[in-house]
Ligand binder design. Structure first.
Ligand SMILES: *[C@@H]1O[C@H](CO)[C@@H](O)[C@H](O)[C@H]1NC(C)=O
Ligand SMILES: *[C@@H]1O[C@H](CO)[C@@H](O)[C@H](O)[C@H]1NC(C)=O
Length: 116
């Protein structure tokens, strides 16, 4: 295997392993971690999971401005859930993230919300 070929393989591996991790905004060094929650679901045959993660949780208030939202796919094998920003996020005090799993696949995703 020549050098060029192994570089391409390595890039392909990184692309695949990070496909379902996403972030919005930019984290500054003095931001606080406002929330971190991990959603784990077991696969359902021929069906998928659709999970909304709301911040702040209902019944609580958040006085910080969100700067950065980071969703980490703990599967790291490209079968994890696809995260989408549905509302709020950086510049707001609330955010709703949607996690949608693949059909017949579970999910293990961590949602981190940073702000100040
Ligand atoms: C949040 O952002 C608004 C608008 O930029 C600003 O007026 C406010 O002071 C910020 N709040 C905090 C806690 O930084
Ligand atoms: C991906 O990894 C998760 C956790 O290790 C596992 O449950 C799942 O079966 C894997 N999916 C594939 C397609 O390999």
């Amino acid at each position: 295997m020549n050098f060029k070929y192994s570089c391409v393989l390595l890039l392909a591996f990184f692309a695949a392993s990070q496909a379902y991790s996403s972030s919005w905004g930019k984290k500054n060094s003095n931001d606080y971690l406002l929330s971190r929650q991990t959603e784990v679901r077991y696969p359902i045959k021929n069906n998928y999971w659709n999970v909304n993660v709301d911040f702040p949780r209902s019944g609580t208030t958040n006085m910080y401005n969100i700067t950065f939202v980071n969703v980490i796919d703990n599967f790291r094998n490209s079968s994890g859930a696809t995260p989408s920003l549905w509302s709020g996020g950086p510049g707001y005090r609330f955010v709703q993230i949607n996690l949608r799993s693949l059909v017949s696949q579970g999910m293990d995703s961590t949602v981190e919300i940073w702000g100040r």
